[in-house]
Design a protein around this ligand. Structure first.
Ligand SMILES: Cc1cc2nc3c(=O)[nH]c(=O)nc-3n(C[C@H](O)[C@H](O)[C@H](O)COP(=O)(O)O)c2cc1C
Length: 216
């Protein structure tokens, strides 16, 4: 999986990524607890219930909708990140960190060019890291593994600092941006929310101009 991740494209072939394979239960517990607490804050306190219902309106069964809202507002949604068997925990947690100094494989002379010329090199690292993550999830699926990308435990600056410290990540030069929980899935994969149609996603030549696909 990590090898497949490493084949992702990156600007200047910088390969601005590192993966920490977290198997230590105490570390998993720490990271999972950040996710649980932020979920309670975000969905339990800050987001009105009607808004949750609106966002989840693709769930047609009332019982499933209620259950989904319950696990969001109680934080139980992310207990599995802690990796405990009783919560169907994922045994392995990957943490992806990207290089925000954009040193990567470049020559020392290129250090810090991001910003100086108005180029956003740190942004390139985030883009490349995301592509790397996508490669890993596809590889996981090909290997018969279940995986879930999550960022909720890394969306708040305080958590990024705290998790970096626990894992020894040299933050803020390297910044953890995403986690991937991994394991053998208990259930078949269910389809996610309905997708926007190509006509809704694409414009022709100019923003807002309908694109109707290629004429046959
Ligand atoms: C940048 C990013 C952040 C995400 N953060 C979370 C998260 O914090 N918690 C979570 O359960 N899923 C998170 N996801 C996963 C999505 O919610 C969703 O499970 C994934 O895109 C697969 O969706 P699908 O079932 O429609 O294919 C994240 C995905 C991405 C790309």
């Amino acid at each position: 999986m990590i090898e497949a991740g490493g084949y992702a494209p990156s600007a200047e072939n910088q390969q601005p990524w590192r993966i920490i394979v977290v198997r230590d239960k105490k570390l998993q517990e720490f990271i999972g607890q950040r996710a649980v607490e932020r979920t309670i804050e975000l969905f339990g306190r800050a987001t009105p219930r009607e808004e949750l219902e609106r966002r989840l309106s693709y769930i047609k069964s009332k019982a499933s909708l209620e259950r989904t809202i319950d696990i969001l507002i109680s934080g139980a949604r992310f207990e599995y990140i802690k990796g405990k068997a009783e919560t169907n925990g994922a045994p392995v947690l990957l943490v992806l960190a990207v290089d925000q100094t954009h040193v990567g494989n470049s020559q020392a002379t290129l250090r810090g060019t991001g910003g100086v010329y108005g180029w956003s090199s740190p942004r390139h690292a985030v883009i490349a890291g995301s592509m790397m993550m996508q490669n890993m999830t596809l590889a996981a699926s090909a290997l018969g593994l279940g995986s879930c990308i999550s960022s909720v435990q890394l969306d708040h600056f305080d958590d990024v600092g705290a998790i970096s410290e626990k894992l020894g990540i040299p933050y803020p030069h390297w910044v953890p941006i995403l986690c991937l929980t991994l394991g053998y899935a208990l259930n078949e994969r269910t389809l996610g929310p309905p997708r926007q149609q190509p006509e809704e996603i694409a414009f022709l030549n100019k923003w807002g101009e309908p694109f109707k696909g290629c004429k046959k």
